[in-house]
Ligand binder design. Sequence first.
Ligand SMILES: *[C@@H]1O[C@H](CO)[C@@H](O)[C@H](O)[C@H]1NC(C)=O
Length: 312
Amino acid sequence: MNEENQSSVLEFILLGVTGQKKQENFFFILFLFIYPITVTGNLLIILAIHADSRLHNPMYFFLANLSFVDIFFSSVSIPKMLINHLLGSKTISFEGCLTQMYFMISLGNTDSYILAAMAYDRAVAISRPLHYVTIISPRSCVLLVVGSWVVANANALPHTLLTARLSFCGNNKVANFYCDITPLLKLSCSDIHFNVKMMYLGVGVFSVPLLCIIISYIHVFSTVLRVPSTKGVLKAFSTCGSHLTVVSLYYGTVMGMYFRPLTSYSLKDAVITVMYMAVTPMLNPFIYSLRNRDMKAALYKLFSKKISSQPV
Ligand SMILES: *[C@@H]1O[C@H](CO)[C@@H](O)[C@H](O)[C@H]1NC(C)=O
């Protein structure tokens, strides 16, 4: 990156979710609720899992990791949006913008791979229970988690470096409430063909876990249906159903957002990004733990311990 290649733009303007004053106020209030719920919900899950030794197994370690990622994922964009709205400012520095983009891609990808690890874990537990302990060993758990982080960062780095090399001349209005890759590419006055190709490749890498999730669920369903017990089938369908809803919302919105011609992107699409930037990280802890008796017991224990340890 040489000097003259460096942009004339030193900061970007974040136009917001819709760019309309009234609706921005609405989203400000919405995010003001969503963000604390997301952080508290996910934090409680981590604390409850670590405090209860009965939950020290792969399924819950993956869930704790998902919560850990979700806290950071929602922290990449929402606090900045809230602060900017309060200060009546819309700016973000060039570096801040690229940092946001980097973490948005890497954490979004980590989320995706951990969701796949969770589905794989359940599939092995249900369809190959006798081999579960050897397949999902502590070592392979750590490998799956560390692997998720490594691949996610390896997927985020090229996009960030390629975007950093672009020139931005004059127009610095990002059509979203955070620095997302599509509106940024649209702003550039450089040739972005390679960037766009890499972006499609990146969405491909991001979506591979979806395939693993679908295959895992097919295994789960076929195993459950082979052992006909109405109660078991209903339970499996209701549990997997809620997981599948969140998963399809997540992948559906991400793919709908990035797997399409750049020219078709406009500010009104920013609303879609609210779905995976804010809503899924908030829903994950509820979807994955409210139907779960052990998790509820652990949360209850966490609270009763806190209360009983308080001096009266
Ligand atoms: C993530 O998973 C690993 C491996 O299973 C586990 O050791 C670690 O405690 C988990 N992280 C969190 C935040 O629970």
